[in-house]
Design a binder for this molecule. Structure first.
Ligand SMILES: C[S@@+](CC[C@H](N)C(=O)[O-])C[C@H]1O[C@@H](n2cnc3c(N)ncnc32)[C@H](O)[C@@H]1O
Length: 273
């Protein structure tokens, strides 16, 4: 099998199957051998370890993971790629399924599993939030649009800070590994990508806490107090809870870290409905 990390090989492979990359599916295939190796080294698979991958595409990362010793479960939405993947992954320990990753049931994945993916841009945020929430993966090594990586790792009070940052902070430790330039992909995307490693802390979902966080960010320009009142908490309870959590009455949601939200949640309770 010729190297899939050469743009000329990728072009020839697509042409042979009469295919063109579909931008709506975020099909920007990795064509940089050195950066592919960075993903594999970050994934650090043990021999025989099971790995889940969303969006195998032409099989570039899937092959590299399998050759590094992983048994890969790869989920691809685009059924046009099936004959290509049957060719590029022939003889390797890869289980392919064709489905929308956003509709997948992850409950059968053994806890503490490894997830490695060059994620399609359009599903990265909802999929990652869901995977963190469900907590089946102990570690997630994901290539994302840089802007999404910044939101994941953002600190309170910074422009990228918001719901995704709090979802990540609640469940995981986030490490930005390195940027991948547009030239690392064929076809070239308009944006830079970033490889991120998330280590799940085991913190389970807390739907009530996240209802509070969503209400707190409903209108970013309003104060936290106003947003909570609008969501149904009575004003006196909001003011008392802010004081109990050690927060200023005029504070905005974007200033609060996950610990502040946990304290506020404990002090506030559910909204009056
Ligand atoms: C950025 S490409 C990555 C391809 C390959 N892994 C690589 O690194 O070259 C994203 C892949 O995800 C697939 N994809 C897009 N949306 C999907 C979804 N909702 N569920 C599963 N796969 C999806 C695309 O068809 C494409 O193959």
């Amino acid at each position: 099998m010729p190297s899939l990390t050469k743009p000329s090989t990728v072009r020839a492979l697509l042409e042979r199957y009469g295919l063109a990359a579909d931008r709506r599916l975020g099909q920007n295939f990795l064509v940089d051998a050195g950066l592919l190796d960075v993903i594999v080294r970050t994934a650090d698979v043990r021999p025989g370890q099971e790995v889940w991958e969303v969006g195998p595409g032409l099989g570039t990362l899937t092959r590299a993971l399998a050759l590094a010793g992983a048994r890969v479960h790869a989920i691809e939405k685009d059924t046009r790629l099936e004959p290509v993947l049957r060719e590029t992954l022939a003889g390797l320990p890869v289980e392919l399924s064709f489905a929308d990753a956003l509709d997948c049931d992850w409950s059968e994945v053994p806890p503490g599993s490894l997830f490695v993916s060059n994620l399609p841009y359009n599903v990265a945020t909802p999929l990652l939030s869901e995977l963190l929430r469900q907590g089946r993966f102990g570690r997630l090594v994901v290539l994302l649009q840089r802007e999404v990586a910044e939101r994941l790792a953002a600190a309170p009070g910074t422009p990228a800070y918001g719901l995704l940052s709090l979802r990540a902070a609640h469940h995981a430790r986030v490490r930005k590994v390195r940027d991948f330039p547009p030239e690392a992909f064929y076809p070239r995307p308009k944006v830079t990508s970033t490889l991120v490693e998330l280590e799940h802390t085991g913190a389970p979902d807390d739907p009530e806490l996240f209802r509070l966080i969503e209400a707190a960010f409903a209108a970013r320009r309003k104060t936290l107090r106003k947003n909570l009142e609008q969501a149904g908490w009575p004003r006196d309870r909001v003011l008392a809870a802010l004081a109990e959590a050690g927060l200023e009455p005029m504070v905005r949601a974007e200033r609060l870290g996950i610990e502040d939200f946990r304290k506020l949640h404990a002090a506030l309770g559910a909204p009056a409905s």
